[in-house]
Design a protein around this ligand. Structure first.
Ligand SMILES: [Zn+2]
Ligand SMILES: [Zn+2]
Length: 172
């Protein structure tokens, strides 16, 4: 995936927007623990600010994940966005610099799209705000039915209730 910048480069202030519909490249697959579903839709704007080109990207992709409460698979829409600076300079991009390097008429975006998308997948996805999760005692999916266990706590908080807090030993 790349954006042509031959026109944008011609004068300061010029900008272009392009829409991309991309099947997920392998690079993205490598950075996601989950399988991709469908194509990602992305709007990419590139703007010439003189010293550099500013690339702004807004995208939406989908991955199949497991709900962190009920463990059922579902397809999650993942919005992602980035703003990066590209300077036309020779050499490889250096992670210690706060810009990327490019040369010629194309700016390649696969790496940064892949990194951004991978980082945008939530750590603990939930299939819905109203997901009741699993019964911590018998494992019944409480979205599908109830069980006969006596669980005074909301199952979402069971992990929290297992935390041990240190005794208060302060002498009074
Ligand atoms: Zn769920
Ligand atoms: Zn139960």
């Amino acid at each position: 995936m790349h954006i042509r910048v031959s026109d944008v480069k011609k004068w300061v202030g010029r900008q272009e927007t392009k829409h991309f519909t991309e099947e997920w490249p392998e690079l993205v697959q490598e950075r996601s623990p989950y399988p991709m579903r469908g194509a990602a839709e992305m709007d990419v704007t590139v703007r010439n600010v003189g010293r550099a080109l500013i690339v702004e990207l807004e995208g939406l992709g989908q991955v199949e994940v497991l709900c962190s409460r009920c463990l059922e698979p579902f397809v999650l829409a993942v919005p992602f966005s980035l703003t990066e600076e590209f300077r036309e300079e020779p050499g490889m991009s250096d992670p210690n610099e706060d810009f990327f390097r490019f040369q010629g008429d194309k700016v390649f975006l696969d790496e940064i799209v892949a990194d951004t998308f991978g980082a945008s997948i939530p750590y603990a996805p939930v299939c819905g705000d109203d997901c009741h999760g699993l019964c911590p005692t018998c494992g019944t999916n409480l979205n599908r039915g109830s069980c006969h266990c006596d669980n005074p706590l909301d199952p979402r908080w069971t992990a929290l209730s297992r935390l041990k807090f240190p005794e208060d030993n302060s002498s009074s």
